[in-house]
Design a protein around this ligand. Structure first.
Ligand code: AGP
Length: 602
């Protein structure tokens, strides 16, 4: 997710911009830049990698006096992370920053190129600044030119534009990507969220979709499709951590709610109308590959286990899964026709990194699926596919797991598409399900309230079993891990069909079984497994789209058309259940005892 900041006023601008971008780091990025216009003086700095690199580049620079300024952290969607692709993008005398996707940028770009415009970058954003200058060059009137530009754009955008043609004005527009305006006396701030302006602005206005306008002389003039409109500022909270939680009680809670939105980011540019695209992989990446081995730890291991079903069922590629800390010492037999995939949210997990080095020294091709660009595991791999979940602050992983699973599903389809092991009908069916995933991840107030109520009955007992079949077995493992991590109560995930081979001896009213009962995957089988447990007085919490009257507690899910939609919807239920139980037990949800967000030691 890109981050945007802007400032118009007399203060020193470099620090305002860089500090503001620092507050947006949690959104994830791979390059950054700032642009400042003070009278006739234009300054523009860009750097790839971390913000520190941009600070280095601007060390000798200091702005002074009144000016207009914009800054940006970029998460690559169109074009690789390079300085040329970093924002702000320059026309001839104007700069622009943008968050979102301009869906019609190709057509706009071709039109501009036929007018003789030269593009420096591969981004969709650059079309905005050239379009503005095309209109301005004809009219010498900045705001109408900006209005015409915005009118041409289709897709999602939050954008700021500054120009030598109006050295006392910042132009802005918002549609589909977040942006707000901060006010303090006669100074105006812009940002993607409020943390960058806390302590600077005292009032804020959160822009609505379709709104645009300009800031000049310490005030903002706002328009929407119906013309100029008034707006009401509100007081800005002064508590940064509270702001970073966006009003949620915990980062983990926020990250569960974020899953729906970030999933759209994960799919952007990859899940197309009738095909899958992975620009990160060269066309011949899978040449000579006939098997996949995936290595990971913890939650990442669970997304790996889930994907094994997908790779074999969809891509028809053999896939086995290894726990990294086991793999490192088992003297594995490795062959060069095997693609070695590592999955890691942090990209710094020691066991996973060492396993990757082992595979590489054995001559295997490597691919990492990671949430942090430029991390050790990403740098060590031949190729990487980023999950784009944004920074995950809760130690108990949620949105990282969801986006890892989506990337693996995308990869399974991509391999099936490239190796032609998947029919167009199946591809269309899978893509259709993918496009519904953000909806399946939506948290409703009713669901959260139900889990809050229900959680009071699960604060004791001699343990939990989470049971499921097929892809719902790794989901059961993940649900159990979430509960263990933040409630400190014992829970284990188990294949439903295996309960009768021993664990059913534990069945009694104090044994809580969370049963994942999807309609689209072996429903009758899982139903009979749960009936066996219920007959032995186990307390059952069933999660299913189909009513199940033997359950002591029952959460009815909505999606029943595709196993992966059921998977993601049930995943949210298990995450919220663990969260609400932990809250009732008074535990530190975000930083549970004994745990670290990234286990960089053996
Ligand atoms: C997940 O909730 C845990 N925090 C932990 O199991 C984690 O998934 C594991 O340590 C692997 O971390 P990674 O994904 O950063 O490699």
């Amino acid at each position: 997710m890109c981050g945007i900041v802007g400032y118009i006023g007399p203060k020193e601008k470099k620090e305002i911009l860089l500090d503001g971008l620092q507050e947006l780091e949690y959104r994830g990025y791979d390059s950054a830049g700032i642009a400042i216009i003070e009278g006739k003086k234009l300054s523009n700095f860009k750097a790839i990698g971390k913000l520190q690199n941009l600070r280095e580049k601007t060390k000798a620079y200091e702005s002074e006096g009144f000016g207009i300024s914009i800054g940006h952290t970029r998460w690559a969607t169109h074009g690789k992370p390079t300085e040329l692709n970093a924002h702000p993008h320059l026309g001839t005398y104007s700069y622009v920053v943008h968050n979102g996707i301009i869906e019609n940028y190709q057509i706009l770009k071709e039109e501009l190129q036929s007018d003789g415009v030269t593009f420096l970058s591969q981004t969709d954003t650059e079309t905005i600044v050239h379009l503005f200058e095309k209109f301005y060059n004809k009219t010498d009137d900045a705001f109408p030119s900006f209005e015409k530009t915005i009118d041409k754009l289709e897709g999602a955008y939050a954008t700021l534009l500054i120009t030598e043609a109006a050295i006392d004005t910042i132009f802005f527009a918002k549609n589909g990507s977040p942006m707000l305006i901060g006010f303090d006396k006669d100074e105006v701030y812009f940002a993607s969220s409020d943390t960058p302006i806390i302590g600077k602005a005292t009032e804020v206005y959160y822009l609505e979709d379709g709104e645009y306008g300009y800031a000049k002389d310490g005030k903002v003039t706002l328009f929407n499709a119906k013309g100029e409109r008034s707006f009401t500022k509100q007081a800005l909270t002064a508590n940064k951590v509270l702001a970073q939680k966006d009003g949620y009680r915990f980062f983990m809670e926020k990250e569960i709610y974020e899953q729906s939105r970030v999933m759209s980011e994960t799919m952007m540019g990859r899940v197309l109308d009738s095909s899958i695209a992975l620009d990160e992989l060269d066309a011949n990446f899978f040449d000579g590959i006939s098997a996949i081995k995936i290595c990971a730890c913890g939650t990442s291991y669970h997304s790996a286990l889930t994907s094994a079903y997908l790779f074999e069922r969809i891509s028809k590629v053999r896939c086995d899964i290894e726990i990294a800390s086991e793999f490192r010492y088992k003297e594995p037999l490795l062959t060069k026709d095997t693609l070695f995939i590592t999955i890691s949210q942090s990209g710094e997990t020691a066991d996973t990194l060492e396993a990757l080095k082992m595979a590489k020294s054995a001559g295997l091709k490597s691919l990492s699926i990671c949430n942090v660009d430029n991390s050790s595991i990403v740098r060590e791999s031949d190729a990487a596919i980023l999950t784009r979940a944004g920074i995950e602050k809760g130690v108990a992983s949620t949105k990282a797991f969801a986006t890892q699973t989506m990337v693996l599903w995308i990869l399974a389809l991509y391999i099936g598409q490239e190796k032609k092991t998947i029919s167009k009908e199946v591809l269309h069916r899978e893509i259709n399900a993918m496009l519904h995933t953000p909806k399946a991840l939506m948290v409703t107030d009713m669901l959260h309230a139900k889990l809050n109520r229900l959680s009071k009955r699960y604060l004791h007992g001699h343990g939990f079993f989470f049971i499921g079949r097929d892809i719902f077995f790794p989901l059961a493992l993940e649900g159990a891990l979430k509960l263990k991590e933040i409630s400190y109560m014992h829970a284990e995930g188990y294949p439903a069909g295996e309960m009768k081979h021993g664990p059913i001896a534990l069945a009694d009213a104090e044994l809580f079984t969370i049963a994942l009962m999807p309609k689209t995957m072996h429903y009758e089988k899982i139903k009979s497994n749960v009936e066996e447990l219920s007959a032995r007085d186990t307390t059952i919490c069933a999660i299913s789209p189909l009513p199940f009257d033997l359950a002591d507690d029952f959460i009815q899910t909505k999606y029943d058309s595709h196993p992966m939609l059921e998977f993601f919807e049930m995943m949210v239920v298990t995450q919220l259940l663990a969260l609400e139980i932990s809250v009732r037990l008074g535990n530190d949800v975000d930083m549970p005892r004994n745990l670290a967000k990234s286990v960089t030691v053996e």
